[in-house]
Design a protein around this ligand. Structure first.
Ligand code: S3P
Length: 176
């Protein structure tokens, strides 16, 4: 049985890499945000505006437990998932966890390229975004660093880069 969980800041590449990894390993792919949206029939920004961040975190925790009971899956968490409740301990107890670790400049580049709506950074100017990433990454890093494996991530421009990260993850799994 395989259960692989990808964690890391918003824009680290969890969904992009997770999807390709799952296909390669012939596992099912779950993006926790998409799973929450499908289960509650609401978009993430709507959940934040109706229930606040703390309401979202409660649902996120419940849904984390739901997907982490499935077998033969790759799960891409939300950026905040490991940083609330005992979620990080739970992730490690249930899975082979990988921290996709990127510098603030890399995260910012990915976030500016991306189309997802992310309530925590909505409406921020590029300078405000840099400051926010640096500040919150500092708070979140101690959680992320508890992952069983760490994969350093640079700005992703090509499919070859995605495949490279997938191979890195596969190598670590085979070693462990
Ligand atoms: C969040 C990250 C998002 C989503 C929500 C909150 C966070 O997921 O769960 O907007 O707290 O970092 P991604 O990391 O997939 O953007």
């Amino acid at each position: 049985m395989q259960r692989i969980v990808l964690i890391g800041y918003m824009g680290a590449g969890k969904t992009t890499i997770g999807r390709v990894l799952a296909r390669k390993l012939e596992l099912e792919f779950f993006d926790l945000d998409w799973y929450i949206e499908a289960r509650y029939r609401m978009k993430i920004p709507q959940i934040f505006s109706e229930r606040g961040e703390s309401g979202f975190r409660e649902l996120e925790r419940l849904m984390l437990h739901e997907v982490c009971e499935m077998e033969d899956v790759v799960i891409a968490c939300g950026g905040g998932t490991p940083c609330f409740f005992d979620n990080m301990d739970y992730i490690n107890a249930q899975s082979e966890s990988f921290y996709l670790k990127a510098e603030p400049e890399v995260l910012k580049a990915h976030l500016l390229m991306g189309k997802s709506q992310r309530p925590l950074i909505q409406g921020k100017s590029p300078d405000e975004l840099t400051a926010y990433i640096k500040e919150s990454l500092q708070v979140r890093s101690p959680f992320y660093e508890q992952a069983k494996h760490v994969v350093p991530i640079e700005v992703i421009h090509t499919k070859a880069q995605i495949n490279h990260y997938v191979e890195e993850i596969e190598k670590s799994i085979n070693k462990s």
